[in-house]
Design a protein. Structure first.
Length: 364
């Protein structure tokens, strides 16, 4: 694979797992940016990410045993410390300088474990977007945050999230409401250096079906607003308001206003598969657990509708690699995002070559 054919950004933070996933599994084997990685939590509480490949014969370290902050390959017993360096070889005193595997910075933030796949000298936890509702006790999300696996390129999911008009057709009975939602005024798009903001009001619209399930007494017509931010490489944040007709957003009167916060993160597994992390939070009746249970079920139903069409789209594009999409006015945000991403990718590939590195000696 040539550098120019590599479609991934490396010098940025990617969600690797929800914290509870590692607590449940002990160790986690996942592929990020076409690199197999083992994630584990050491006895000190430190989160550790290493290449999931023993430098001896390539056996998966994820089948190994955690010992303190180290991990032992259970094929021939080689023991790695948290830096990826071999510190013990059973039956052999000599340990060579290349008896090691690559390690990767990992940071816990917002109930997520974030991994940096690029130059570790550039990794700063301050660059991770702090989505406050995830750690704010006035917002209630799922008991365990959610994960999906997509058989599709992550950028197709980004395109989908940047496109509100599909809600009316893909999600008529789940997230959208009526097909009228596709014909409202075009959203306001603010182009950012590393993404975009979108604000879309729909006045006098029917409440979203998922909202009606937890608010059966909601009026037949409301004012709805979705405010979205999308950031490279694939972080999506949305604020949703379901308000009484003619509600003034500048007022301090929130009587009858229901609010939601939505975060979704796309981490490329390969060119054609994606890790998808998500949570949906609300700030009313947070002592009632049935609301978050209902919201999770509704959102999952909607996301499975997305998944079906996006995975079908992926297959079709693989048949027609020469396909060039014909843009619409509503594509302004996603076109900008792809332009930003491609420019960052070009700059990285011109300046960094770390993604071609290989560590460890072959057996001679």
């Amino acid at each position: 694979m040539s550098e120019n054919s590599n479609p991934f950004l490396y010098n940025c933070w990617y969600p690797a797992a929800w914290v509870h996933e590692l607590a449940d599994a002990g160790k986690l084997a996942r592929v990020y940016l076409e690199k197999p990685i083992v994630l584990y939590k050491g006895e000190s509480g430190k989160y550790i990410a290493l290449d999931n490949r023993c430098c001896h014969r390539g056996a998966p370290l994820s089948l190994g045993r955690v010992e303190g902050d180290c991990i032992r390959c259970m094929y021939h017993g080689m023991k790695y410390d948290d830096s990826g360096t071999v510190i013990e070889i059973p039956g052999q005193d000599f340990i060579g300088p290349n008896h090691r595997v690559q390690n990767y910075p990992v940071v816990e933030k917002g109930n997520l474990l974030w991994i940096w796949m690029g130059d570790p000298e550039l990794a700063s936890a301050n660059d991770i977007h702090d989505y406050e509702p995830l750690s704010d006790p006035t917002w209630r999300g799922f008991e365990k945050e959610a994960y999906l696996h997509y058989d599709a390129n992550w950028m197709l999911i980004v395109d989908n999230l940047a496109d509100f008009s599909h809600l009316a057709f893909v999600h008529t009975n789940t997230l959208g409401g009526s097909e009228d939602y596709a014909f409202v005024t075009s959203p306001e798009v603010e182009k950012l250096e590393r993404g975009f903001n979108i604000v879309r009001w729909s006045k006098g619209d029917a409440p979203a079906p998922y909202h009606l399930k937890v608010n059966p007494d909601a009026p037949a017509k409301i004012d709805r607003c979705n405010s979205v931010q999308m950031l490279v490489p694939g972080s999506f944040f949305m604020s949703t308001i379901m308000a009484p007709l003619n509600w003034d957003p500048s007022s301090e009167n929130f009587d009858g206003v229901k609010q939601y916060r939505n975060c979704q993160f796309m981490t490329p597994e390969t060119r054609s598969t994606t890790h998808f992390f998500w949570n949906y939070l609300h700030n009313y009746q947070i002592d009632d657990p049935t609301i978050s249970v209902s919201l999770k079920a509704s959102l999952l139903e909607g996301f499975m509708e997305d998944k079906e069409i996006i995975e079908a789209q992926q297959k079709m594009l693989e048949y027609h690699e020469e396909f060039q999409p014909k843009g619409l006015q509503g594509d302004e945000a996603l076109i900008h995002f792809r332009k930003v991403f491609n420019q960052l990718l070009k700059e990285e590939q011109e300046n960094y070559h770390f993604h071609t590195r290989q560590l460890g000696n072959p057996i001679i």
